[in-house]
Design a protein around this ligand. Structure first.
Ligand code: GLU
Length: 469
C-alpha cells in the first residue's frame, strides 16, 4: 500500500505557523514512507475564503520547501461538491442518515437543557428530504469507536455519547466533517496527520468512513502550538503568519528547523541540524503529547545562527529584498540610485555577525546610502554632552590630517583624541558614531568610516558640530 498523506488548509487567513508545522510533518512522513503528499485547499466556506489566501498558502509552502510541482495537487474541495452530495445521499438511502427539521430551540425545549446535544427525535419519524431539513448521521447506540492514532495510541470513544450529528445543512450543502472525509476517501488518503484540535471530530469522521464502506485512515493528531502563556496561538493575539516571519527576514531553513522542534528533538544534544538529519530522524510517534511553546526569542536566536552560517555571497543575496523592497516588504529609506553595491559588500560580513533577522540589515547600513544620516533624536540627546562639540572639532582636525583613510588609522587617531581628555575609546567614539550614523549602536565604527569615505565622514561630523553650537 502506498502511503498517501494530505495537508488540507482552509484559505481563510494568513498561513499559520502551526499549519506550516503540520505540512512539514506530513511532508517528511510521506518522504520517509516512500509515499505521496497531497495538497488540498478546503475552500468550501465561501463566506471566509479568499483567493489571495490560497495564493499565500502556496507561496508560503513553497518558501518553506514544499515546492509547487513536487506534490500532488493542489486540489480544491469545492471541485468535489458533487461527491460530497452523493455521499450524503448514499448515507440517507442506506438508512445511516435521516432528515430532521428540529431547531436548536426545539431540542432545548424537549431536553430542558441548552447543553444537551441532539436527542435523536427524528430518528424513526421517517421525514423525507425537503427545504430546511438537515441530514443527520445515525450514530450507533452501543459499542465504542477506537481511533488508531500514531501519536496517541488508541483513543476510544463511547458511541452512545456521540450525538446524531448533522452531515448536510437545511439547504442540502454537506458540512465540513463529511466533505473532509469524502475528499480523503476519493484521494486515497491512508494517513491523516493534523492538529489536535480536530480530535473531537475524529470518531464522527471514522464512523462516516465505516458507514461509507471504506477502511478508515490511520490518524495522528499533533499537539497544538501555544504562546508563552500556554494559550493556543491565535491570529488575533499572536504573530502567527508564516508570511510575516518571512517578510521580517527569517530564513526558510531556520524556520523549518525550528518548526520541526516543536514537540520533537533530533538525537543528541542538538537543535540546529541540517534538514537531511530531520528528514532521517523525525519520527511521528515520538512527537510529544504536550502542547508546544512557540518561542519567538529562540527562533530569533536560531535565525541568527543560520544567518552567520551563510557564505557571505549568499548572505548578500539573501538581503536583497530588504535593500530594494518587494510587494510585501517596505522599501528602504534610500533611493535606488543612492545604493552602492560595493559599499554594501564591504560591510556585509560585519553586519552578518550582528543581525538576527534580515530586515535588521536596513538600519545597520542606511547611513552608507543616505545623503544625510537619519538621526535618532533620543540617541543624540543621550550622547551629545558637554565637551562633545570640542571633541568633534578635534576629531575633524585629526581625521583631516590622516594620510591613509583606513579603519586602523582612524581608530588610533580617535583613540589619541580621547586620551588627551582622559576618555576611553568607547566614550570617544559615541558622539562620532551618532554624528555619522545617527545611532548609538551599529556596525564597527572605524570599518564603517573607512567604507563611508573621508569626505562624507568629515561633512557629517562638521554638521553635527554645528548643531551643538
Ligand atoms: N481544513 C481543515 C483545517 O484547516 C483541515 C482539517 C484536517 O486536516 O482534516 O483545519
Amino acid at each position: 500500500m502506498t502511503v498517501r498523506v494530505r495537508f488540507a488548509p482552509s484559505p481563510t487567513g494568513m498561513f499559520h505557523v502551526g499549519g506550516a508545522r503540520s505540512a512539514l510533518q506530513n511532508w517528511i512522513y510521506a518522504k520517509q514512507q516512500g509515499g505521496v503528499f497531497v495538497l488540498r485547499i478546503e475552500d468550501t466556506d465561501a463566506a471566509r475564503n479568499k483567493p489571495e489566501w490560497t495564493e499565500g498558502i502556496l507561496s508560503a509552502l513553497d518558501w518553506i520547501g514544499i515546492t509547487r510541482g513536487s506534490y500532488e495537487g493542489p486540489y480544491f474541495q469545492s471541485a468535489n461538491a458533487g461527491e460530497h452530495r452523493a455521499a450524503a445521499a448514499r448515507l440517507y438511502e442506506s438508512g445511516r442518515a435521516y432528515y430532521c427539521d428540529c431547531t436548536r430551540e426545539d431540542v432545548q425545549a424537549r431536553t430542558g437543557s441548552q447543553y444537551q446535544g441532539y436527542d435523536g427525535y427524528h430518528r424513526d419519524l421517517g421525514l423525507g428530504p425537503g427545504e430546511g431539513r438537515a441530514l443527520r448521521f445515525r450514530t450507533p447506540d452501543e459499542g465504542t469507536t477506537v481511533v488508531v492514532d500514531l501519536i496517541r495510541g488508541e483513543p476510544t470513544f463511547e458511541n452512545k455519547l456521540i450525538e446524531d450529528f448533522v452531515i448536510a445543512r437545511g439547504d442540502g450543502s454537506p458540512v465540513f466533517l463529511l466533505a473532509n472525509v469524502v475528499d480523503d476517501m476519493t484521494m486515497g488518503i491512508t494517513h491523516v496527520i493534523r492538529a489536535e484540535e480536530h480530535l473531537p471530530n475524529t470518531p464522527k469522521q471514522q464512523l462516516l468512513w465505516e458507514a461509507l464502506g471504506v477502511k478508515p485512515p490511520v490518524w495522528a493528531h499533533v499537539p497544538v502550538v501555544v504562546n508563552e502563556k500556554r494559550q493556543k496561538l491565535s491570529k488575533r493575539r499572536d504573530k502567527v503568519a508564516l508570511e510575516a516571519y518571512r517578510d521580517e527576514g527569517y530564513l526558510a531553513g531556520a524556520m523549518r528547523n525550528y518548526l520541526m522542534l516543536l514537540g520533537w528533538a533530533p538525537s543528541g544534544d542538538r537543535e540546529i541540524v541540517p534538514w537531511s538529519v530531520i528528514e532521517d530522524e523525525f519520527r511521528l510517534d515520538e512527537v510529544n503529547l504536550s502542547s508546544a511553546f512557540f518561542d519567538e526569542k529562540k527562533l530569533r536566536a536560531f535565525n541568527g545562527e543560520y544567518i552567520r552560517a551563510l557564505p557571505v555571497a549568499e548572505f548578500i543575496d539573501a538581503c536583497q529584498p530588504w535593500l530594494t523592497g518587494t510587494d510585501t516588504i517596505a522599501p528602504p529609506p534610500w533611493q535606488p540610485e543612492e545604493f552602492d553595491a560595493d559599499a554594501f559588500a564591504a560591510v556585509a560580513p560585519l553586519a552578518q555577525t550582528r543581525i538576527a533577522v534580515l530586515s535588521e540589515i536596513v538600519p545597520n547600513v542606511d547611513f552608507l546610502f543616505l545623503a544625510t544620516p537619519l538621526i535618532d533624536e533620543a540617541a543624540w540627546t543621550k550622547t551629545m554632552k558637554d565637551g562633545s562639540a570640542e571633541l568633534l572639532d578635534d576629531a575633524v582636525a585629526a581625521f583631516e590630517a590622516l594620510e591613509s583613510w583606513d579603519a586602523e588609522s582612524l581608530k588610533s587617531t580617535l583613540e589619541a583624541v580621547g586620551a588627551e581628555r582622559g576618555l576611553k575609546l568607547g566614550k570617544t567614539q559615541a558622539p562620532v558614531r551618532v554624528a555619522v550614523t545617527g545611532r548609538t549602536v551599529g556596525l564597527p565604527l572605524f570599518e564603517s568610516l573607512e567604507v563611508l569615505g573621508r569626505e562624507r565622514t568629515l561633512t557629517r561630523i562638521r554638521a553635527a558640530r554645528l548643531r551643538l553650537v
